[in-house]
Design a protein around this ligand. Structure first.
Ligand SMILES: [Zn+2]
Length: 352
């Protein structure tokens, strides 16, 4: 194993950030290579814990000589966001200087143009240098996993159609409860990687066998526990074994039996008016159209001071807002349905 660091000099004097990078060299040049990063949104820590346990397994495998493909793990990918403290809370999602989401504005380049990402890096801001260095590193691999989490959530992933159903082995290995099939049309890290894989130099490819770029949502922000993270690390290990990146003949991959739904099937349940939220249903529950999901206390103390919010379609509650006050139009839940419920969705991810 080789441990290096991505070192990002600050945009002001006297500042420098460091992100450790762990590299394992595989014994078989024909085996797929893998890149795994966690906490690009610095306040999403389930992936950091999973990467920590996975690295423990990989160090042991390295000592036993069972690593076949090259593996790179960056367990805490965003030291800039990690250091942003604002009114007592970590602001890990947006760069405070530019108000830009740390998981947007990744450059969209073809795989053949990979090295242009790191040309003239010194002229770019610290956040741009971090993004370009991460993307450049990832594009040196066949399989790329970006570990995120949602607010309150079951475990699911955003997977571009181009990698489905080949990626069902990852969903099965991690025991995901849902897969959201996306169109790959945004500037998120996962989609910049997918863009490069689909534009390897010539025309856009519809499918890219042997490649993968995925955003894994490791449940909710507070779902950071030793047992849970160790199980997910075992799941990632099983995925790596199934793809031949590590050798573990004892493992066999089961078929994925959970739902795989297009983003057009995701009902975003919104708060029609502001109010204090009383949820009646939790993530992981299935609901029928008309079921009451939440009561909003819009006028506390008044006899008619509440309204109810009902499901408009049958489906599975995938995520829930952790806040208990809703501003008008806030998202309360994401419900994965059986049919397309949205005709107004803009291309790109819902959020991640
Ligand atoms: Zn995220």
């Amino acid at each position: 194993m080789e441990r290096t660091e991505i070192i990002i000099g600050g945009d002001t004097a006297g500042i420098e950030w460091r992100a450790p990078v762990f590299r394992f060299e595989g014994s078989d040049a024909t085996a797929p290579s893998v890149y795994i990063q966690a906490a690009l949104h610095a306040n999403e820590l389930p992936g950091v814990a999973v990467a920590h346990f996975l690295l423990e397994k990989l160090r042991a495998a390295d000592a036993e000589g069972t690593i076949r493909g090259d593996i790179t793990v960056i367990p805490q990918a965003n030291p800039i966001g990690l250091a942003q403290s604002h009114f007592g809370e970590m602001e890990g999602r947006f760069d405070l200087g530019s108000r830009t989401n740390f998981n947007r504005d990744f450059p969209l380049v073809a795989l053949a143009e990979r090295d242009t990402l790191i040309a003239d890096l010194d002229r770019r801001s610290a956040v741009e240098r971090l993004k370009r260095t991460l993307l450049h590193t990832a594009l040196g691999h066949d399989l790329v996993l970006d570990l995120h989490c949602d607010d309150e959530s079951l475990q699911y992933a955003y997977i571009d159609d181009a990698f489905w159903p080949e990626a069902a082995d990852l969903a099965s290995a991690l025991d995901m409860q849902a897969v959201f099939l996306s169109d790959g049309e945004s500037t998120a890290f996962e989609e910049a990687v997918g863009h490069a894989f689909k534009h390897q130099g010539g025309d856009k490819l519809k499918t890219v066998p042997g490649r993968l770029s995925v955003t894994v949502e490791l449940r909710g922000r507070r779902d950071v526990y030793a047992g849970m993270a160790a199980r997910d690390a075992d799941g990632l290990w099983a995925f790596l074994a199934g793809r031949g990146v590590v050798a573990d003949p004892a493992l066999s991959v089961r078929a994925y039996t959970g739902p795989a739904v297009p983003l057009d099937n995701i009902e975003m349940v919104k708060a029609p008016t502001p109010g204090t939220i009383l949820f009646h249903r939790d993530v992981g529950e299935t609901v029928r159209a008309g079921d009451i999901l939440a009561t909003l206390i819009t006028h506390p103390g008044e006899a008619d001071g509440t309204i109810t919010v009902a499901a408009r379609h049958d489906g599975l509650i995938a995520t829930r807002n952790s806040a208990r006050y809703a501003r008008r139009g806030d998202d309360l839940m994401k419900i994965a349905g059986h049919e397309a419920t949205r005709r107004d969705r803009k291309p790109g991810t819902l959020e991640d």
